[in-house]
Write a protein that binds this ligand. Structure first.
Ligand code: ADP
Ligand code: MG
Length: 707
């Protein structure tokens, strides 16, 4: 049991580590192998070691009598060995029988050396720490940590100590992490290693003032520290760091925004005709919300600096029209637009809508997916800077496609792309010294604080109104055991001239298995529903076959479309009024809401049946009832946030923006508000601290600092 705290780092460490961003390989005992394993935990530099927060703390200051041990709860005991022998059961093990005078405790080791058996001589006292469990003979600890002590009194004489237990990975022991954090903490005294980053007037608001002090409390709490609060994140030491992190991210985003806003962009104003010709093409009146958002967007585009605008609008709120207005404006000014969709299917659909609305107005619409990406004539046209709009997936920006005169980038369904892709897109546009305007559209409405924290580099417009005549979708949850009733219901809907989606989902995101499930479901439906036209669309089909299926459904030549989640975003068939989602319990709220948004697009009453496999877990039950209760995307986003936490909602790994190390936007909402409130002041009046904060919390790794 390591009992010493490494208060002082060995001299060698001090010499080699001078900055928090020095690689952790410079710490003593960290070789290349370990460094690799640490990287899997997100630990690359010494600063990362400090920000690796313990999961929990074990109190090793209290000796528990064996009789009072609680199963599965790690505890410390002091016992005397009676016998140690090797057992040849299913697995060979060393079994040590001990007692503290009142009750018996068994220690079991599967991996042991002969010397170990000898050390457990009868009469020897041991201090053991481990998780008691019910063994063959009674209370047993498997592979406890232990230490042989002189006698019972020595066993009880322990300095109070709260042992931090860290998140770990294979090949990285607690002991190693304890040692590394010890070395890193000792470095906090080295000048310049961890300079205070909060301006003095902000520090006074915190119970733990210096961030170095906060780190010490988190890694090596004292006996008076509330460890439950440290774990939950409500401890002042955690709050102090969380605030610093929230502020750092906020500053990173805002300074990135400042840099981009300072660049030059082609001013794309009204080229004379206004938007009346576009509106005339639509066949419907834009809603007031659409008009307002279009106005906000066009005001940005008319400036000599790049637009950075996020448009939030619930599923079906009509974001495509807004994008079309931007595209038309860019092209009428003689510039090109790039329109990026998350899937090929959606790119095709957007291209079709844009072609319908814009080609009559003289705007070329190029679909750049599949084989067309290698169409030399098309590639040359785009390279030559011919005004028009290219629609595709992120491949638009990865392939060797060059835009001769890119003035506008539209990104649909932002949450599916990451900050990095957003940056790549910007770089693509950065030609001839002019930056393209950026329009980002998302159907995932996010509560304000979260949006501000994640998208502080963007201006936001909200389409807060659905086109008229939409009827809210009535949602029910039905157990799989009543599948037959659901199938009958499909029969009735089809007989009434309606169309139906049947969505197959699987736990594993294996396209192959999902495709098989869809095929089986389509087969079963055609057999049990006489005369009903059923077809399939899934990710394993050739793009053309998929497109054929979708357009047959769209034109009403098919009654039931059995699909995998490929239809999740954007597909638009107003006559489809019934949707069945299989295994609904396995999907997240946002995804279910997106899927459900495919129905209720016309004026007929629409229904969504969430077919689930009982029994439901508590979270799944809450998810399904949230969907039954509301169709308001914002309410659903809030519920989602509570159920899953912000990282998941924003897609941590994808966006990078929500990858907080200490902060938690839900728990620390109040701190986030405070960070938002002071961010601009810090940027203006404390530039040196701002730079430190950005470097520490939103460093180059996240793509904020240097882009
Ligand atoms: P979103 O991308 O926001 O989910 P879409 O742009 O796909 O929504 O629009 C959904 C459907 O509503 C499309 O069929 C679109 O043509 C139609 N639509 C858009 N705006 C209006 C409007 N103002 N009035 C009627 N229908 C509209
Ligand atoms: Mg859309």
């Amino acid at each position: 049991m390591p009992s010493s705290r490494s208060a002082e780092a060995p001299a060698s460490t001090r010499r080699r580590v001078t900055r928090a961003d020095d690689p952790c390989r410079r710490l003593d005992g960290v070789g290349p192998k370990l460094a690799e394993r640490l990287a899997a935990l997100g630990i690359e530099c010494v600063g990362d070691v400090l920000l690796h927060r313990p999961l929990r703390y074990e109190d090793r200051s209290v000796v528990t009598p064996v009789a009072a041990l609680v199963m599965n709860r790690a505890a410390l005991a002091v016992v005397r060995v009676d016998a140690a022998e090797i057992r040849h059961g299913r697995r060979r093990s060393l079994l040590v029988s001990c007692s503290d005078g009142d009750a018996r405790l068994w220690l079991r080791f599967f991996h042991f050396a002969p010397a170990q058996q000898a050390r457990f001589a009868p009469g020897v006292w041991v201090r053991v720490f481990g998780e008691p469990r019910a063994g063959v003979y009674g209370v047993e600890m498997v592979h406890p940590e232990y230490q042989i002590v002189a006698d019972a009194a020595a066993g009880h004489a322990i300095e109070p100590e709260l042992r931090p237990i860290y998140p770990t990975a294979s090949g990285v022991s607690q002991k190693r992490l304890f040692d590394m954090t010890g070395q890193a903490l000792a470095l906090l005294d080295t000048p310049g290693f961890w300079p205070e980053a909060l301006p003095a007037d902000l520090v006074t608001g915190f119970d733990v003032r210096e961030s170095a002090a906060a780190l010490r409390r988190i890694h090596r709490p004292g006996p008076a520290d509330d460890t439950a609060a440290l774990v939950a994140g409500s401890h002042p030491a955690v709050a102090r760091l969380a605030f610093e992190e929230l502020l750092g991210h906020q500053l990173g985003l805002r300074s990135r925004r400042r840099r981009v806003k300072a660049e030059n962009a082609p001013p794309l104003g009204d080229a004379g005709r206004g938007l009346a010709p576009l509106f005339a093409q639509l066949g419907f009146e834009p809603t007031a919300a659409q008009r307002r958002v279009i106005g906000e967007m066009l005001a940005d585009m008319a400036l000599r600096h790049p637009m950075l605008r996020l448009i939030q609008g619930d599923v079906g709120s009509g974001k495509t029209v807004v994008a079309a207005a931007a595209v038309l404006t860019a092209v009428e000014n003689g510039w090109q637009a790039a329109f990026m969709a998350p899937t090929e299917l959606l790119a095709e659909q957007h291209a079709a809508s844009l072609a319908r609305w814009l080609e009559p107005l003289g705007v070329p619409v190029w679909l750049v997916t599949g084989k067309r990406r290698r169409d030399d004539a098309l590639v040359a046209t785009i390279d030559a800077g011919t005004p028009g709009v290219a629609v595709g997936t992120h491949a638009l920006f990865q392939e060797a496609l060059t835009f001769g005169r890119l003035g506008l980038c539209v990104v649909d369904e932002q949450h599916r792309f990451g900050v990095n892709q957003r940056l790549a897109l910007r770089n693509k546009a950065d030609r001839g010294g002019l930056t393209a305007h950026q329009l980002i559209m998302t159907a995932t409405p996010i509560p304000r604080t979260l949006a501000m924290s994640a998208y502080a580099d963007l201006d936001t417009s909200v389409i807060d109104e659905l086109p008229p005549g939409r009827t809210p979708v009535v949602t029910v949850a039905v157990p799989n055991t009543r599948r037959d009733e659901v199938i009958e219901r499909i029969g009735r809907a089809v007989a009434a001239g309606r169309q139906v989606y049947w969505v197959c989902t699987l736990i594993e995101t294996s396209e192959k298995l999902e495709a098989q499930a869809a095929e089986a479901a389509a087969e079963a439906l055609s057999t049990s529903l006489d005369g009903v036209r059923v077809t399939l669309a899934h990710g394993r089909m050739k793009a053309e076959a998929k497109a054929r299926a979708m357009s047959a459904f769209k034109e009403g030549r098919i009654d039931v479309l059995v699909a995998t989640t490929v239809i999740e975003v954007g597909v638009d068939v107003p006559n489809a009024s019934l949707m069945i989602i299989e295994n609904a319990e396995r999907l997240g709220l946002a995804q279910l809401h997106q899927l459900r948004g495919r129905v209720g697009r016309g004026s007929v009453d629409s229904h969504c049946v969430l077919l689930y496999q009982p029994p439901l877990s508590e979270t799944a039950r809450r998810r399904l009832s949230a969907l039954r209760e509301t169709t308001d995307g914002f309410a659903i986003a809030r519920a989602d946030l509570e159920l899953r936490g912000p990282g998941e909602v924003l897609g941590t790994r994808q966006t990078g923006a929500a990858a907080f190390r200490v902060a938690d936007l839900l728990r620390d909402a109040a701190l986030a508000e405070r960070a938002l409130a002071v961010a601009d002041d810090v940027l203006v009046y404390h530039p040196r601290e701002a730079e430190r904060l950005i470097e520490r919390w939103a460093g180059a790794r996240d793509g904020y600092a240097r882009v």
